[in-house]
Design a protein around this ligand. Structure first.
Ligand code: PHE
Length: 408
């Protein structure tokens, strides 16, 4: 079974029956890619920070948070799927790895900070492929104003200034109404105030997107109505880049409950959250999300401080795929994320992707069977067949021990 205590960032924590953090995940916590000079994630963060010169920056908050802070404080319902142990990493029932940077909204607002950016590593259990990794980086940004006539005048003035900044630029925006019956202002907000704040959000982010993605041809940005438990109205933003619409961020007018909890009940404002890897992969042409974790000089030496450049892929080492088929014990099932975490824990970053290629339930015995194909490839070296067989052997024994499977 799992150890009764885990040491995480220098402290010891009691485990319990829901503990599901693996050693491979724990090894990522101290790495802080977003704070390594020249690293693409650091550069991207720096460029976004440069676009908001009057905002404060936070980047050293602990990834360990209570489920209360990650979910409840942000008005997530009790039955939200993100809370499930199959979707999130738990140290124990009272402590988890943050799944998003929004987990820190309340504490930063509580400090009295009313314009801020926050960058951090976040953790979500997921399947394995070239664009999904269980650790990634998000940047949160927020700005709140006094919910008073003076505060609203400040928003109006800022909006006029931001509009003038965007006026001569090469940007084409598809917009949706700031507030709408399908994307309403909150009951405690004057809809006119909510609309001014949503407009401030849009103008602020349009300028930032232009700074990141703008070029010789017009930048197309589209705003879409969205839903988040902790904002209303809410929006997603997409950018048309190299022939495709790309989802860039989630945002909205901060829920009053969040601001009340943070002890700033007479403010109104906006927040956004974006995934740094997705954007960096596009801007740098980085083809595989595992590359961000590479210590290979052929990767790291390509980048300069504070400047986005096109990644030049070096030759890929050969891949090697192995299948494993098994019967589960009668009446039991295995979540794909549990399979992927087991594989990631045994094999680390040499797993390129995992696909379920077959699954069925035996009509007579009612036992289920599954077959997964694991693709192994190192970013940094050539793998020998013996080495891969050895790792595959460990995957198989762990499957037997942990899930009592019978190999077919
Ligand atoms: N936290 C949200 C996510 O991870 C993004 C978000 C941040 C949405 C702030 C609205 C406001 O998807």
């Amino acid at each position: 079974g799992p150890p009764s205590q885990l040491e995480i960032l220098g402290n010891r924590y009691q485990t319990d029956e829901i503990t599901n953090i693996t050693p491979s995940i724990l090894s990522k916590l101290p790495l802080r890619l977003h704070s390594r000079p020249k690293h693409p994630l650091h550069t991207l963060r720096t460029l976004i920070e440069a676009h908001f010169p009057t905002f404060s920056h936070h980047s050293s908050l602990s990834p360990l948070v209570s489920p209360y802070k990650n979910f409840d404080e942000l008005s997530f319902p009790k039955d939200h799927p993100g809370r499930a142990v199959t979707d999130s990493y738990y140290v124990n029932k009272d402590l988890m790895l943050r799944t998003h940077t929004s987990a820190h909204e309340v504490e930063v607002f509580r400090r009295g900070d009313d314009k801020w950016l926050l960058t951090a590593d976040v953790y979500r259990r997921d399947e394995i492929d070239g664009s999904h990794y269980p650790v990634f980086h998000q940047m949160e940004g927020a700005r709140i104003f006094p919910a008073t006539p003076n505060g609203m005048r400040e928003v109006e003035e800022d909006n006029a200034w931001l509009r003038s900044q965007l006026a001569q630029t090469n940007i084409v925006i598809e917009d949706v109404p700031h507030v709408a019956p399908t994307n309403p202002a909150q009951p405690t907000h004057d809809p006119a105030h909510s609309a001014l704040v949503a407009e401030n959000l849009k103008l602020s982010l349009n300028g930032m997107l232009l700074a990141l993605f703008g070029g010789s041809s017009p930048l197309r940005v589209r705003w879409i109505e969205a839903y988040f438990p902790f904002t209303s109205p809410s929006f997603e933003v997409e950018v048309f880049y190299r022939g495709k619409w790309l989802e860039i961020l989630g945002s909205g007018v901060v829920r009053q409950a969040t601001l009340d909890t943070a002890n700033v009940p007479n403010k109104i404002g906006w927040a956004f959250g974006l995934g740094l890897e997705r954007i960096a992969m596009i801007l740098y042409s980085i083809p595989d999300i595992r590359l961000f974790w590479s210590e290979d000089e052929r990767f790291l030496s390509q980048f300069k401080e504070n400047k986005i450049s096109t990644f030049k892929p070096y030759s890929k080492y050969p891949a090697c795929s192995k299948d494993v088929s098994f019967w589960l014990p009668q009446g039991s099932s295995l979540h794909d994320n549990d399979f992927c975490d087991l594989v990631r824990d045994v094999a680390g970053d040499i797993v390129e992707d995992v696909k379920k290629i077959d699954a069925f339930v035996h009509p007579k015995t009612n036992r289920s069977s599954a077959c997964y194909r694991i693709n192994y490839r190192s970013m940094d070296r050539s793998l020998s067949n013996e080495e891969v067989n050895e790792i595959q052997g460990q995957v198989v024994s762990r499957l037997r021990e942990q899930f009592g499977v019978e190999i077919r």
